[in-house]
Design a protein around this ligand. Sequence first.
Ligand SMILES: [Zn+2]
Length: 380
Amino acid sequence: MTTEVDSFGPRRVLRPSAKVLPEQARAHNRSLVLQTLYRSGPLSRADLARETALTRVTVGDLVAELIDEQLALELGTRVDASRPGKPATLLDLHRDGHRIVGIDLGDTEVFRGALIDLDGTILERREIDARGLVGEDAAAAALALTRELTAIADRPVLGIGIGSPGIVDLAGRVLTAPNRGWNDLPLQARLQAELGLPVIVANDANAAALAEYGFGGASADLMLVMVGYGVGAGLLLDGTPLFGSRFAAGEIGHVVVGTDGGEACACGKQGCLETWLAVPRLQARIAAGEPREAVLRQAGERLGIALAPIVGALNLSEVVLSGPIELLDGTLAEATVDTLRQRTMEQFHGDLTVRLTSLGGDIVMRGAAVMVLSARLGVS
Ligand SMILES: [Zn+2]
């Protein structure tokens, strides 16, 4: 396997196709076998050939290669009295054979990281104080945390996934992350060169959306809204992340909501979604004595107003909220779904759900693991 990584995001629709060029066929078939084992294993070689529609010879070759690379393993034989002949040997993805390093750089206070197995289970955690770090100091802290986690890995590291704040292009270059003073920082290329391992850097909300899809049971048409110091979102359509023309898809925090003004925003406008919804704004209003329920209902309404055209345009089936449960759950989420229902067509959007993520504070790290699984193995 090479250490170069240039793709990002799940490709769940994997089917043998006559259009695949010969040089791509092997990689495609390999991903197909890995994906089938990942989702449906354990399976016999005959099961795999049937499910992938590949020949037994092709499956046999690929399985030998995967076992050699410790990506698949034989589990023993299946006893099946109804079938004559030799019992079939069962195969599975070697779920404990590699580790993934997942990193979340989105918090203002700490950078978090974890060692994760191929099923997304967090095995070890580390964090590093990141208060006030900007520019090269912040990049050095991210490198130190990543290095520490790769050093404690007790299996080969399949790859390193990093969720970064700001706008990140497809090569993992942070185009801008104002809170960290990053501009045109080639974070992915730099960490890859320093660590000698495959690294994938993406926006943290995009990573979170992938976590919700890969491990949180979300549908394939989803918007994940992260509410914290600011407000960001990740979008998946048919399981594929949307990036937009300038890699800023989902950056809804500085979209003005309504025509009735609102509080001044750091960006210079008035009434941006962040001014209604960001955690420090909500906390400040409640602390100043405004009724808590009214503040949260208004925040949910403004979020619903901001999301309605997106839900309508993309026919999303699910909006998932990530952030402090005590603020988002209940009144705020209910006001969001009520507002969305009022503003979209019942016929197409009546079954839309708005819910909180079940992945809690680990969502970005686990999303980073999905990025690695997708880019390195083609599974999701
Ligand atoms: Zn703004």
